[in-house]
Design a binder for this molecule. Sequence first.
Ligand SMILES: N[C@H](CCC[C@H](N)C(=O)O)C(=O)O
Length: 258
Amino acid sequence: MHQTPLPFDKVEGCGNDFVLLYQEPSAALIPKLCDRHHGVGADGIMVWQGAHEDGFRLDHYDPDGGRTFCLNGIRAGLNLAIKRGDCPTEGVIYSEGSRLAYRFDQSVFLRLDPVPFQPCRWVEDTHCHEGFFVDVGNPQFVLLGDLDLRAFRKLAPRMRAPSALFPNGANVNLLLPAPPGDRQTWHIYTFERGVENFTRACGSGMYAAAMVVMDLYQTANVRFIPEGRGHVRVEQYKDGLWLTGDTQHVFQGTWLCG
Ligand SMILES: N[C@H](CCC[C@H](N)C(=O)O)C(=O)O
């Protein structure tokens, strides 16, 4: 069977990795590309759609085909598009129903709209954990050191499931202060919906966590150290709240397998 070669780039933000495409993938291709053994291997697919309204557009697919907002995918995809000259160093990026201002200064900065959060309690049998629910364009459950990493690894997949508390399921994040007592620097661990696994980083998880931490500790700057490489900062400037962090263009390739 003849297959049309499909050019792609592999990009990542703090270890949250993506296959960046330039045309719409078929539903069957998405999990194949994301597969770490038989495919390229990625936590998701980004599709560069070029000019859109007053800016540019990047679409996102989870490995299970779900469409939802993805900050690391936007950061990583936009970083490459800017470096290649496919879009200016300042502008607007549309993605999955969101419109974000961006600028480039050594790395991509995305302007975040402040979003509200609600305290909530996850209960299962003998387990009861207090956290915060934040909808940043996808659902995020943020636990502020209410359990240790070992318990989080065990419970996060269950917390992620659709429930009365999270009808659409949720991405689940654990924040641990780094170093203890510091309220501006946090380790963050995330179990991601759609990937159905712990990922090295989750940009929207950090967006959600920033909303909680900045409000609770009245701080204008927060830095996250995800499981993967590097870090992400959320900082208050005169013109709003901006998020930035490490991204990388890992390699360029051509998919031949259909
Ligand atoms: N898997 C997530 C979306 C991807 C978010 C993440 N990778 C990010 O950097 O924002 C969900 O289904 O809600």
